[in-house]
Design a protein around this ligand. Structure first.
Ligand SMILES: Cc1cc2nc3c(=O)[nH]c(=O)nc-3n(C[C@H](O)[C@H](O)[C@H](O)COP(=O)(O)OP(=O)(O)OC[C@H]3O[C@@H](n4cnc5c(N)ncnc54)[C@H](O)[C@@H]3O)c2cc1C
Length: 373
């Protein structure tokens, strides 16, 4: 039974954001930056954010050469350039908002390993560099195959370098963003799963197992889990990604971020260790799941690649393994839209949300402020 005081001070807000991933927290931060007098609550089902934002590998990236060549085919020139620009601006927004040191952002550059089978991506280098000229102060991609011996990679023909790619500490990013929201006066309640969002007289009612909240508008930032909340459903397919933390016995001969197999596999250094993940393409149908877990087939392939490509003839120990759930759709563009009845959506950030999350949140904040206030 709810008291008058609880209803007035704890259950009624101007705006409620559902989901405390990078998109939801970024939206909450943008709302308070733009409209400090509005009350903003974030409801998160997990004790910690439980989707992709605390589970990724901490790449501050906007696309490897093969990924952008594929995007060029799928989205056309302006679509590809626009997506790169948003990823780049999103990373800068997060860095400026929180401070590069607080998120351990390091601009060590990124590389793509190309085998003989995908060496044809070298032909895209000058086209992509030309198209990306308006965004970056110097050419993005360069052939650094000469570094292959130093790095010690096997079964690799070419190495493409991108000096603008970086890496960050995912845990620090999410913790800092959370703290920043709290400094701005955003309230965050965890362990609070929303089961329904319904229209009511002056906004929405938001149902959770124990309490019903009220707001003038709701922002839905539940990414892969969105369709549990929406009727009719939106076009979102979950995609599970696996990551492992590897401790090499010897000093790593490389630093930076690395992709191969058209971006499906990725690894980076982290204070002398290796963070390695991917392989979803080996079992695309099986990995279209919202259930956290590890696929033994993918794990086996990651271990094989550690031995045969990344750390050949070197001993290592796998210290941790985990998974995260991403959200995909028929195009790479996220869904950011007003759904009607004072409900607004920012979801489906694919494998780009570290970069895009702050802008997606900012766009959502604008939609809410324009549509409901
Ligand atoms: C392994 C892996 C590697 C990745 N690599 C990269 C990369 O290199 N570069 C990049 O830019 N991005 C990468 N990503 C993607 C990036 O992490 C995501 O796009 C981004 O985190 C999505 O953020 P989000 O806030 O939209 O969603 P999420 O982080 O999934 O947040 C959604 C939140 O909503 C909560 N929620 C769901 N339903 C409810 C409900 N009913 N009630 C209350 N709360 C609810 C969830 O618990 C969750 O915390 C990677 C992701 C993974 C998993």
């Amino acid at each position: 039974m709810v008291s008058f005081w609880e209803r007035k001070s704890f259950l009624t807000y101007d705006i409620i954001i559902v989901g405390a991933g990078i998109t939801g927290l970024s939206a909450a931060a943008s709302l308070k930056e733009k409209a400090p007098n509005l009350s903003v609550l974030v409801l998160e089902r997990g004790t910690l954010p439980t989707g992709a934002s605390t589970k990724n590998a901490g790449f501050a990236c906007f696309g490897s050469i093969s990924e952008l060549a594929q995007d060029l085919k799928a989205l056309g020139e302006s679509g590809m350039v626009n997506l790169v620009s948003r990823r780049w601006k999103g990373l800068q927004k997060t860095s400026n908002r929180l401070g590069p040191d607080r998120i351990d952002l390091q601009q060590k550059g990124g590389y793509e390993l190309l085998t003989a089978n995908n060496a044809h991506y070298l032909h895209d280098l000058s086209t992509l560099n030309d198209l990306l000229k308006p965004i970056f102060p110097s050419p993005v991609f360069a052939d650094h195959t000469s570094q292959l011996d130093t790095f010690g990679f096997k079964n690799t023909k070419h190495l493409i370098f991108n000096p603008f790619e970086g890496q960050l500490d995912t845990g620090k990013l999410m913790k800092s963003l959370w703290q920043y929201c709290q400094q701005l006066g955003v309230q965050v309640l965890t362990g609070t799963e929303v089961s329904a969002i319904q229209p009511e007289k002056q906004g929405v009612s938001i149902t959770t197992p124990t309490l019903t909240f009220h707001a003038r508008a709701a922002g839905i930032c539940t990414n892969a889990f969105t369709n549990k909340l929406l009727q009719p459903s939106v076009d979102i397919t979950p995609g599970r990604g696996m990551v492992m933390l590897v401790k090499p016995k010897k000093t790593l001969p490389f630093e930076g971020t690395f992709h191969y197999d058209e971006g499906y596999f990725y690894f980076r250094d982290f204070h002398g260790k290796l963070i390695f993940g991917g392989g979803r393409n080996l079992a695309l149908a099986e990995e279209q799941t919202e259930i956290f877990g590890l696929n033994p087939r993918i794990e086996q392939k990651l271990l094989e690649d550690l031995n045969e490509i990344i750390l050949p003839n070197s001993a290592y120990e796998v210290e941790m393994k985990w998974s995260g759930i991403m959200a995909f759709g028929p195009t790479k563009n996220p869904l950011i839209e007003a759904l009607g009845d004072h409900r607004y959506l920012a979801a489906r950030l694919g494998g780009m949300g570290v970069a895009l999350g702050s802008l997606a949140g900012d766009d959502l904040a604008d939609l809410i402020l324009q549509g409901s206030f």
